[in-house]
Design a binder for this molecule. Structure first.
Ligand SMILES: [Zn+2]
Length: 282
């Protein structure tokens, strides 16, 4: 995680152990889950097999073969353990991550230590957009919210390879635009939509990004991510449970009726969902 960037003239800094390709992060629409099946699903983010191809990450999966081969030897498969901090605010971003599964949040950290979620990325994108723009740090913390796996590449190595991989560069730039648009949507959402709508939206987006109906979210965490008090979230959680949209057990939220959850979300859900996956393979 804290690997040092190499010297600027040496591109073969560290050749990672290429692996993965798991489709473990992809979900298929299914009927309502039982508590037991959801619990099993939460255990399903096992270490991917090297036999699984192609990568689940949308950007890597849709690269032309020649560009992926150019990149491949510098990628290293790393586990994303929940709570792992990929970088702290204003600290050097040594590596960029392409998640195959799980979810990573960008959170703003206030002077009093309070945090609020300002962006999240999963298998549809990458984490490390400042690097692409020539900026070596960001005023946000990048932290794993849902465990999974990602391909890691050193920031300086990626920047050098981009000159030889025009499709990758175009896709990364496009994803920077996606994140900017999602941030703009979040500003409007925070100003105009009610807590209940925003909560449903956050849960629905998290489910979409992580590709799982089992979300390791406590009420305290949800209040923090939404930037409100826990006392504001509790009645909204109860309402979702009463409607049969979710179940809560042992610090996890289980989406048991996706349609009902999405119906209760504000319009931002559809907007963000469309933005989240601009790289579907044709
Ligand atoms: Zn909204």
């Amino acid at each position: 995680m804290k690997s040092k960037p190499g010297s600027s003239g040496n591109i073969s800094l560290r050749r990672g152990g290429i692996a993965d390709g798991s489709m473990a992060g992809i979900y298929e629409p299914r009927g309502p889950r039982t508590q037991k099946s959801l619990a099993r699903e939460s255990q399903s983010h096992r270490r991917p097999s090297t036999k699984d191809r192609p990568p689940s990450n949308r950007i890597l999966a849709t690269l032309p073969p020649a560009e992926y081969e150019r990149l491949q030897s510098y990628l290293r498969l790393v586990p994303l353990k929940r709570g792992k901090v990929l970088w702290e605010p204003n600290q050097p971003i040594d590596s960029v991550y392409f998640p195959n599964s799980g979810m990573i949040s960008l959170v703003a950290v206030m002077a009093n230590g309070k945090t609020v979620e300002v962006g999240m990325t999963g298998r549809h994108g990458f984490v490390g957009t400042p690097v692409l723009l020539g900026v070596q740090s960001a005023p946000f913390r990048a932290v794993v919210q849902i465990e999974g796996y990602a391909f890691q590449i050193q920031s300086d190595v990626l920047c050098k390879i981009l000159a030889e991989t025009p499709r990758l560069e175009a896709m990364l730039r496009r994803y920077v635009h996606v994140l900017a648009m999602r941030a703009a949507q979040a500003v409007a959402c925070n100003c105009l939509h009610k807590i209940g709508e925003r909560l449903s939206c956050f849960l629905a987006i998290s489910r979409h990004i992580a590709g799982s109906d089992s979300l390791p979210f406590t009420q305290e965490f949800l209040a923090e991510m939404l930037g409100c008090r826990r006392s504001s979230v509790t009645p909204e959680i109860s309402s979702l449970k009463s409607a049969g949209a979710i179940r809560c057990n042992r610090g996890r939220v289980y989406v048991v009726n996706r349609g009902e959850l999405e119906r209760r979300a504000c319009e931002c859900y559809e907007t963000v969902r469309r933005l989240s996956d601009p790289f579907r393979a044709s």
